[in-house]
Design a protein around this ligand. Structure first.
Ligand code: CTP
Ligand code: MG
Length: 153
C-alpha cells in the first residue's frame, strides 16, 4: 500500500523543489484574479505541476505501475490545486496554513483519480489518512530547514 501511494507523495513533493528553483515563475492562473483574489495563487506553477506529474509517473513506471502512477500523480496535483482554489476563495493568502486540508488535499485527489484502476480498501484509506499528515509535516520541516519552503507547515 505504501509503495502504491508513493507516486502521489513524489508528485506532491517535487513541485516544492522546482517551484523554488524556477522562482515561482509561470503561475497556472497566469496572475489572473477572481473576485479580488488570485485564482490559484503564485504557489501553483506550471513547472511545479509538470515536474510533479513527470516525477510521480516515473516513480510509477519504476514500481511497475505506470498507469496507476500517472493517475495518482495527476490526482495529487489537481487535489492540491483545488485546495488552493478554495483557499483563495476563502481569502486565505498564499502559503496561509489550513490544517488537515493542506496535508490531505493531494491524498484525496490521488485516491479519487486512482479509484477506477486501483480501489484502495477502506482500511488502507484510513491508514493513509492517519499517516499522511505526520509524513507531510516531517517533509515540510525538512524543506523549511533546507530553505526550500518559507513556512514550516
Ligand atoms: N508548487 C508549484 N506548483 C504546483 C504546486 C506547488 O510550484 N502546482 C510549489 C510552490 O513553490 C509552492 C510549493 O510547491 O510554494 C508548496 O506548495 P503548497 O504548500 O501547496 O503551496 P503554498 O505556496 O503554500 O500555497 P497555498 O496557500 O495555495 O497552499
Ligand atoms: Mg501550502
Amino acid at each position: 500500500m505504501l509503495l502504491y501511494i508513493l507516486p502521489a507523495y513524489i508528485a506532491n513533493a517535487i513541485p516544492v523543489l522546482i517551484g523554488k528553483l524556477t522562482n515561482y515563475a509561470m503561475p497556472i492562473d497566469c496572475g489572473r484574479f477572481l473576485y479580488g483574489e488570485r485564482i490559484f495563487g503564485q504557489g501553483k506553477t506550471w513547472p511545479g505541476f509538470i515536474s510533479g506529474l513527470l516525477a510521480g509517473t516515473i516513480t510509477g513506471i519504476l514500481l511497475g505501475i505506470p498507469l496507476l502512477g500517472f493517475l495518482l500523480s495527476i490526482g495529487a496535483l489537481l487535489g492540491d490545486l483545488i485546495a488552493s482554489f478554495a483557499k483563495r476563495r476563502a481569502h486565505f493568502p498564499r502559503g496561509a496554513q489550513l490544517p488537515i486540508i493542506d496535508q490531505l488535499d493531494f491524498l484525496f485527489g490521488a485516491l479519487i483519480f486512482s479509484a477506477p484502476l486501483y480501489p484502495f480498501t477502506n482500511v488502507e484509506i484510513i491508514i493513509l489518512i492517519l499517516i499522511t499528515p505526520p509524513i507531510h509535516l516531517g517533509a515540510n520541516i525538512i524543506a523549511y530547514f533546507l530553505k526550500l519552503k518559507k513556512e514550516w507547515w
